[in-house]
Design a protein around this ligand. Structure first.
Ligand code: ADP
Ligand code: MG
Length: 712
């Protein structure tokens, strides 16, 4: 029996109600987080007050308090059962990285004791020379440093019966250059905070701080682990490089919001319980459009906390899935011809006083100025927004039938667009009339029919939804770009508003806002982003349309990017990111090609040759009996043989393209892999998928799409 059939037979015997573990009582929300409540309870009033101010961005961390904090953290962690600690950080390719140290040390008498110093809390020196640095570290200065980030709460993460004290940290080179996703994110938060406060000051509204808010809707696939184990492509690349279209895909539209299967629900509940302990405020769970595809969404939080929580959640999901004999796939396009997975980044700006600056029912001048700044930012920096969602995986998703196209545009919704067009085209439009129009807006966001799923960047009532972001990406980078470009645009608008507006603010600002909306009108689009007309229309409007990510990355090297990123990332740091992303992109496709070559030659081809032999034998039996050969039977063998021969040639081509890149730099490699290798992979795949449709099912070594997508 082949391995596939064996797995399926075993699956049939399994009770779908099996729960892997007996549950004890539930932990309270955030009970494994050293949060504000813990800080207050376990630290002196002075240290607590200081740390709180640091969290609010009002004070710089005073290292003199590190020992006291470390002591309190250790006591709490050990009481809960922790044995190790780690600086938990977010380097530029992985989700998160960690290197564990035990809390054990020698005391003066040589006895083993549990200890944890302020120094250990603050700084780590992981031997991180193998993490990507894009040339920011040369080998002789290879060390990267991690530094505890007091803006994020420490937490205790339980895995494999061990509990680890995790200290959210920043990762940088010995010269202080950012090697991670968090440092620029925090710098961009500062930038948007300053710009937001300036806006409020202009509008006469008091607040101590402005910050971004983020709610990331996470899509994923959950498939059976035993079947996935038979697919090296899934294990090594996160997606299937081969696989014929199943007899049933998502045509019947019967999966979206359908009833959750017990096995999947059990997995979701386990993830939620762990997430709750860790203070991740999960809110929604449901089935998505494609079979085996699901979504989880949290309540929104401050940007950096939401970023950390999404990274942590993905890791929890990956690990919990295994306990349920499932594999959780975050790839943007795990299955060809089936919807891919995105991560809608819902973004807004809020104040410490509880205002949402994108609430149309709030102050109209704040709302319209921020809106003008956002449209200006998206218009001016469209290539940068495209670049920040670029990846080899997302290239396979964007512009498909389920994801926005690669053209940055903004959909503000029909009612708001009408108001904006009026303001843009009618000189002297009475601003109070616009104000009046706003009272009709509240219904806008709630009306699901008004949702444009095809939009790159959509206003959804009181927040923007950045839909282009891929499911596997860290939200940190797109959020950094968004904060940074909107901050710059706010300053640009406020420069002129502060200078020119006298007397009644709204009255005086209207012409300036009109001008701003006019210059970015070309990105307003509420039509069908999937349609081919939009491509043409966008071209007429002069909007950039970069379909391959390796071209998109070039935006990181533009002068305008260096300029807008001042204070967030230096030119050197931007260049290093360019290098890292391009290299990662090229290597991703290279691995896909290698997996494909390997799978074909060692698994698919032998199966096809066996099928060919069997077929030949049938013909021979007829010939031996001197029976006439039915032409269809003979044709069939010819077709099979032809496909095998073509597939061998196509795979050789994939290999040859790869060999041609041997001496090239990463830029050139990325170009070859994207523009030459990927089409060759596609050709080979097409042939192999045809073979899958005619070769004896018992011989086919790889689990098929319908098995992966439907067997649970
Ligand atoms: P959808 O219908 O697109 O799923 P929801 O209203 O359910 O829209 O919101 C999706 C996500 O947006 C959730 O994570 C939610 O917390 C988040 N969200 C809502 N309001 C805001 C906001 N002001 N800022 C950031 N995210 C928000
Ligand atoms: Mg949404």
């Amino acid at each position: 029996m082949n391995a596939r059939a064996d797995v399926i037979r075993k699956m049939g015997r399994r009770s779908i109600l099996d729960r892997p573990q007996e549950k004890e009582g539930k932990d309270e929300f955030a009970s494994y987080v050293f949060d504000q409540k813990m800080m207050e309870e376990r630290l002196s009033a002075e240290v607590y007050a200081h740390w709180l101010q640091v969290m609010k961005g009002q004070e710089v961390f005073n290292a003199a308090h590190a020992d006291a904090i470390a002591k309190a953290l250790k006591k709490w962690a050990v009481q809960k059962g922790a044995t190790h600690y780690t600086h938990w950080f977010q380097p530029l390719t992985l989700g998160a990285a960690e290197k564990h140290d035990s809390l054990l040390t020698w005391d003066e008498e040589g006895q083993a004791i549990e200890n944890f110093s302020g120094k250990e809390l603050r700084q780590g020196e992981p031997d991180a020379s193998s993490l990507p640095s894009g040339g920011l570290r040369s080998t002789h200065e290879a060390r990267g440093y991690t530094m505890w980030d007091p803006m994020s709460f420490p937490f205790l993460w339980s895995r494999a019966d061990g509990l680890t004290l995790c200290l959210p940290s920043l990762f940088f080179s010995w010269k202080g250059e950012a090697l991670d996703h968090k440092i620029p994110l925090i710098r961009s938060e500062e930038a948007i905070g300053i710009a937001g406060l300036r806006l409020l000051r202009f509008c006469g509204i008091e607040a101590k701080s402005v910050f971004s808010t983020l709610g990331a809707e996470q899509e994923y696939f959950a498939i059976d682990r035993r079947l996935a184990l038979l697919r090296p492509d899934l294990l090594l690349t996160g997606r299937t490089v081969l696989g014929a279209k199943p007899p049933k895909g998502q045509e019947l539209k019967d999966h979206y919001f359908s009833s959750l299967q017990p096995r999947i629900l059990a997995f979701m509940i386990d993830c939620e319980e762990e997430a709750f302990r860790l203070g991740i405020p999960l809110k929604t769970r449901h089935n998505e459009v494609a079979p085996s595809q699901h979504e989880v969404a949290p309540l929104f939080e401050k940007g950096p906390a939401a970023v950390d929580h999404n990274v942590l959640l993905m890791e929890i999901m990956r690990q919990k899935a295994l306990e349920h004999d499932l594999v959780c796939l975050f790839h943007e396009k795990p299955f060809a011809g089936i919807n891919g997975s995105g991560k809608h980044n819902n973004w807004s700006l809020a104040t410490d006083t509880g205002l949402n600056l994108l609430d149309p029912k709030g102050d109209p001048l704040v709302f319209f100025t921020l809106l003008a700044a956002i449209l200006r930012a998206v218009h001016l920096h469209a290539p940068l927004l495209r670049a920040c969602i670029a990846s080899a995986g997302n290239d396979l998703r964007l512009g498909g039938a389920e994801a926005p196209p690669t053209i940055p545009s903004v959909d503000v919704g029909k009612s708001l667009e009408k108001i904006l067009r009026e303001l843009i085209h009618k000189n002297g439009t009475d601003p109070r009339k616009i104000d009046l129009g706003l009272s009709h807006l509240p219904e806008h966001g709630a009306d699901a029919s008004d949702r444009n799923r095809t939009s790159f960047f959509a206003f959804t009532g009181n927040k923007f939804e950045f839909r282009g972001v891929g499911a596997s990406a860290s939200c940190a980078w797109p959020m950094t770009v968004l904060n940074t470009i909107v901050a710059e645009s706010l300053h640009a608008l406020l420069d002129s508003m502060e200078k020119e507006v006298e007397g009644e603010k709204w009255q005086g600002a209207a012409p300036l806002l009109q001008k701003a909306f006019q210059s970015s009108e070309s990105i307003l689009f509420s039509g069908d982003g999937y349609s081919s007309e939009w491509r043409g229309e966008a071209q007429k409007r002069g909007l950039p349309d970069v379909s391959d990510s390796h071209h998109a990355y070039a935006a990181l090297l533009e002068k305008s990017t260096f300029h807008v990123f001042e204070g967030v990332l230096t030119e050197k740091e931007l260049r290093s990111r360019y290098d890292i992303f391009v290299e990662h992109y090229a290597k991703t496709i290279e691995v896909e090609a290698n997996v494909m070559i390997d799978l074909f030659r060692t698994q698919i081809l032998p199966a096809c040759l066996k099928a060919q032999k069997e077929w030949g034998k049938s013909l021979k039996v007829l010939a031996d009996l001197q029976m006439p050969l039915p032409p269809r039977l003979k044709d069939g063998l010819e077709i099979l043989t032809g496909l095998i021969s073509d597939a061998i040639a196509a795979i050789d081509e994939v290999e040859r393209k790869g060999e041609q890149t041997k001496d090239l730099g990463w830029d050139a490699k990325a170009k070859v892999f994207a523009e030459l290798t990927r089409p060759k992979i596609q050709t080979a795949r097409h042939l192999i998928d045809q073979l899958e449709k005619i070769v004896d099912d018992a011989l086919w070594p790889l689990p098929k799409y319908w098995e992966l997508l439907y067997l649970k």
